[in-house]
Ligand binder design. Structure first.
Ligand code: SAM
Length: 237
């Protein structure tokens, strides 16, 4: 029986793709991609030639039924995003929901996603955590920050480099200046770094530099006892 397979792709380092993911991409009847040029580059690297169709935040509402029809009619479809796991702050949920609703088999392969390495290498508790994705940029931002600060769990945020300093300032304000924070930048890439400290220290560190690249922020459930014990100073370009 045909199915929908969600295939995680590298978040920077092209070696981070599983053998199974490559096989599924080779065997699919067609691949749904967020940006066909980005995925085209990945497929070329692995010498995979497959029809690519656009599936992104701006068209997924309109196309899920058509795609589900194709799978129901026997097409094996692979869904990828530009990087990481589809559905994690990326398109995927609507199509999965439609397939589940129709009884179409859905499988998500294990593979790269930015928040897992950022969380695990943060040194902050990872037994319970709350993945909050991107903060709302305007409406609802304050309410969301207040809610996240009240959870008493490790909180994970995705952030753009242009908004990092503002977000860190707000984290110090809402979670407290001594709350433990870890920022991972450019995971799996040449200039990967993780900077750990109090909210205030991390804010100061990134305020004094031009920040580039992709960012995951991890906020611990507690204040730092002694910042000297946990701060691991790394260079930012
Ligand atoms: N689907 C992806 C996943 O599984 O992680 C997330 C896609 S979301 C549109 C992109 C965000 O993920 C970036 O803005 C950044 O917050 C985070 N991200 C992706 N790649 C990263 C990397 N190499 N290092 C740090 N953060 C990354």
């Amino acid at each position: 029986m045909a199915k929908l397979t969600l295939v995680p792709t590298p978040i920077g380092n092209l070696e981070d793709i599983t053998l199974r993911s490559l096989r599924i991409l080779r065997e699919a009847d067609f691949i749904l991609a967020e940006d066909t040029r980005t995925t085209g580059f990945l497929l070329k690297h692995y010498e995979i030639s497959k029809p690519l169709h656009s599936h992104h935040a701006h068209n997924e509402h309109k196309t899920v039924e058509f795609i589900a029809d194709k799978i129901a009619a026997g097409a094996n479809v692979a869904l990828v995003s530009d990087a990481g796991t589809p559905g994690i702050s990326d398109p995927g949920f609507l199509l999965v929901r439609e397939c589940v609703k129709r009884g179409i088999e859905v499988e998500c392969l294990p593979g790269p996603t930015a928040f897992v390495p950022a969380l695990v290498q943060s040194g902050l508790p990872c037994d319970q955590f709350y993945f909050a994705g991107f903060l709302p940029q305007k409406k609802g931002r304050k309410t969301r920050l207040e809610h996240l600060a009240s959870l008493g769990k490790t909180v994970i945020l995705y952030e753009s480099p242009f908004r990092l300093v503002k977000a860190l300032e707000e984290i110090a304000q809402y979670f407290g200046a001594t709350r433990s924070v870890s920022v991972s930048r450019e995971l799996t890439k040449l200039h990967e770094e993780t900077f750990r400290g109090t909210a205030e220290e991390v804010h100061q560190h990134f305020s004094s530099k031009t920040v580039k690249g992709e960012i995951v922020i991890i906020i611990g459930p507690d204040a730092v006892e002694s910042s000297d014990d946990v701060s691991d100073d790394n260079e930012v370009d």
